[in-house]
Design a protein around this ligand. Structure first.
Ligand code: NAD
Length: 502
């Protein structure tokens, strides 16, 4: 029977508006269910439930909040296989990769369990004679998170554990392409003891997003998705007086210096290029091979790509699954011919890759495209600079470190990057000179741990606060400084002068 994915409002599934959209199984291309698409009235109902629930949660003690988070962590861990199964059924990534995303999301829950420590303020005794000052951080109220298809569990978990731990109510608007994980995560919050209404889910598209962006009771919005929508969300949300952090797209380059270990580089480029079919914002999509390593490196990459096993996510032999939708697969595949027309050499053609239990990717039902390698991609071409977001690895040959650095720093995006070298001085220079928010040194996917903050530079992030870590705590709270004096006989009467230190 085909499933129906609804909203989650005030602790229950809610059907809402009449619009629906189909959900697909990317491995077969078949429709597996439908998702209810929110109207503005549905969003208003979720916000109203959150507004009503918020005061009780805001006033819950830090220890009580922390205990709910600990329970949530245990429940999510116990249900990790179920969550991973929901993810691969709609996203297409292989089961082990789906488990990996759940594990990385859980690290943020674990970080948020320490909220009593994270919300400690400062205290200064005697800032003036018999006057004390202290700082506190308070929750904002109702906040919202709008998330992309590629990590239906992890990216929401970058946001809501910290928002909720800080004492806010949170409304999630997940991707309409893989919405099921959101409902399991909501049900587990209820089981963990979070009051109904504090966590809500509205399914949908631009209609839901626009209502969240203009709703006067939504105080802050976290967004993760493509750059054009991130820019729109940032501009619209801030124009409506909200605090906004909006993370956008990426085009992550790996700079390979001549002294690097080429076997490590090839392993890393293939893992980071084709894991999750390249549908990761931290995927490596371009290898900058500094002369003379190009020919050897491409040979090693192709040897590895030829051995990759492509198949459905629930087959334990599969290392890479399909893409998320038919239109997305077609868009990604269109870059193969474009690359050739721009002067690149198609070294491995993913349309011809054999799919487990099927035929060549292009002939197999479902949204298949195998790992593709384009060599001699011209610097500045569309294949080099545009976000493709699929299993396409481009090799750009460069003559020096400086030329490679210039290409990275000249890009629109600045999400992640990596340098591969055995020269500590070169690596240190790279980390200093590169204009990118997350840098790997012999690490191809340098995703910061939960206690650091995640975010890129330039068109990869709008706003000035990265997600999770202490920046997340800062984003979801407002600072207040209290100056207090308890009267004693030194009270000196009326003084119209500006308060200065005495
Ligand atoms: P997307 O921008 O299409 O969608 C993201 C969210 O915005 C979804 O919830 C979607 O429903 C909503 N949305 C889509 N169009 C909208 C519109 N016109 N108005 C308002 N809301 C709209 O992104 P996607 O395809 O789901 O995800 C892939 C993108 O996300 C890639 O660009 C990838 O790089 C990026 N991403 C970035 C990060 C990061 O940390 N920087 C992490 C993951 C994904």
């Amino acid at each position: 029977m085909s499933k129906v994915i609804t909203h989650w409002i005030n602790g229950s599934p809610a059907d809402g508006g009449s619009r629906t959209q189909e959900i697909f199984n990317p491995a077969t291309g078949e429709v597996s269910g439908t998702v209810t698409m929110a109207t503005a009235a549905d969003v208003d109902a979720a916000v109203a439930a959150a507004v009503a629930a918020w005061p009780q949660w805001r006033d819950a003690s830090l220890v009580k909040r922390s205990q709910v988070l600990f329970r949530y962590r245990e429940l999510m861990y116990a249900h990790r296989d179920e969550l991973a199964a929901l993810i691969f059924a709609e996203h297409g990534k292989v089961h082990s990769d789906a488990l990996g995303e759940v594990a990385r999301g859980l690290e943020v829950v674990e970080f948020a369990c320490g909220i009593p420590h994270l919300l400690k303020g400062g205290f200064s005794e005697g800032v003036s004679t018999r006057v004390d000052s202290y700082s506190i951080r308070q929750p904002l109220g109702v906040v919202a998170g709008i998330t992309p298809f590629n990590f239906p569990a992890m990216v929401p978990m970058w946001m809501f554990p910290i928002a909720i731990a800080c004492g806010n109510a949170f409304i999630l608007k997940p991707s309409e392409k893989d919405p099921s994980a959101s409902l399991l995560m909501a049900r587990l919050w209820q089981e963990a003891g979070l009051p109904d209404g504090v966590f809500g889910v509205v399914q949908g598209d631009k209609v839901a997003v626009d209502r969240l962006l203009e709703h006067p009771d939504v105080k802050a919005v976290s967004f993760v998705g493509s750059t054009p929508i991130a820019r729109y969300v940032y501009e619209t949300g801030t124009a409506h007086g909200k605090r906004v952090q909006a993370l956008g797209g990426a085009k992550n380059h790996m700079l390979v210096l001549p002294d690097a270990d080429l076997d490590l580089v090839a392993d890393s480029a293939v893992s980071a290029g084709f894991g999750s079919a390249g549908e990761r914002c931290m995927a490596i999509s371009v290898v900058l091979a500094v002369d003379p390593v190009g020919d050897d490196l491409v040979k090693k990459i192709v040897e590895r790509v030829d051995k990759l096993v492509i198949g459905p996510g629930d087959d334990p032999r599969s290392e890479m699954g399909p893409l998320v939708t038919g239109p997305h697969r077609d868009k990604v595949a269109s870059y193969l011919d474009l690359g050739v027309s721009e002067g690149a050499t198609l070294v491995v053609d993913g349309r011809q890759t054999q799919v487990l239990g099927g035929a060549a990717a292009a002939e197999t039902p479902g949204f298949w495209l195998g790992p593709t390698v384009l060599d001699h991609v011209p610097a500045g071409s569309r294949v080099h600079t545009e976000e493709i977001f699929g299993p396409v690895l481009s090799i750009v040959r460069v003559s020096s470190y400086e030329e490679g650095l210039q290409l990275i720093n000249g890009l629109e995006f600045g999400n992640g990057t990596a340098v591969f070298t055995n020269d500590g001085g070169a690596a240190r220079r790279f980390q200093n000179e590169v204009e990118v928010g997350m840098v790997g040194i012999n690490v191809p996917i340098p995703v910061p741990m939960a206690f650091y903050s995640f975010g890129g530079w330039k068109a990869s992030l709008f706003g000035d606060t990265h997600v999770h870590g202490t920046e997340g705590v800062h984003f979801y709270t407002r600072g207040k400084v209290v100056t207090s004096r308890w009267l004693d006989p030194s009270h000196g009467g009326v003084n119209l002068g500006f308060p200065t230190n005495k």
